[in-house]
Ligand binder design. Sequence first.
Ligand SMILES: C[S@@+](CC[C@H](N)C(=O)[O-])C[C@H]1O[C@@H](n2cnc3c(N)ncnc32)[C@H](O)[C@@H]1O
Length: 295
Amino acid sequence: MMTDDRLLDGVSIKQFSTERGIQATLHLGDCIAGMRKYIPDGSVDIVVTSPPYNLGVNYKGYDDTQSREQYLAWMGEWAAEIKRTLACDGSLFLNVGSKPTDPLVPFQLLDVMTEHFKLQNVIHWVKSIAILKSEVGDYPSITQDAVVGHYKPINSKRFLNDCHEYIFHLTKHGNVEVDRLAVGVPYQDKSNVSRWANGDGDLHCRGNTWFIPYETIKNRDKQRPHPATFPVELPSRCIRLHGVDRAGLVMDPFLGIGSSAVASVGLGARFVGFELVQDYFQESCERLAALIDER
Ligand SMILES: C[S@@+](CC[C@H](N)C(=O)[O-])C[C@H]1O[C@@H](n2cnc3c(N)ncnc32)[C@H](O)[C@@H]1O
């Protein structure tokens, strides 16, 4: 692996290359200014991102407590830049969550986004689910109750624990073909393989409820490097759904600690990202360097 560090107009840029050429370019700086300066019109095939939700998360160098009006206006600004940079047949996968006391954010955000894009799919990122044997009927593989995944429990007489977030699949015209079987699941009842599979083997469409648990922290002493990440499997699944063979360039304007960079490079897709906070940018660079080195 080769890395190239540059400082251009006060923006730190780190490029990761292998013998196959440039694999990833990470920018330390504001994504709106960065996209305007560095990303040509229509050059991005897939955007997978999770912006700050304006719910008062304790980021190191970003204030997540703007007024809702300010926040939504800012949202419109970066949405317009994503639209400009996205290819005609590109996909934007926008991950947004909320909190029990403020469940409206994803819907307000969607209002802004649909001024620029068509909503093609709504995917539910399920972080935790309870499946009770008594409720599922006759499934031979389910032999007992299962409660799986992780969520942040709250103590409340009014609200349920929040065990899911949205992934809005937004496209320019609502007609982008996706590769459903690339993220497909095996048939439970194998007699369906010959009935429905059309020569596609044992897989069928997974649907729009995606169970993706958080990666468990192996070392309890290690502090979480970032307060609001998504698991690498989330961007990886989005990229595979759009189609790895059509993933020429993947972008994440809100890089955090680089989960979408790790997913893209892991799938062999070129990546470009932006992050405002030095510590998160640094952690992204380290994760990516480790991934490229071990391959
Ligand atoms: C929800 S987090 C993204 C986490 C990321 N998906 C991950 O798994 O690591 C949003 C990130 O956006 C960054 N951010 C906020 N405003 C930004 C801006 N104007 N330009 C670039 N990054 C920004 C924050 O510092 C934060 O790390």
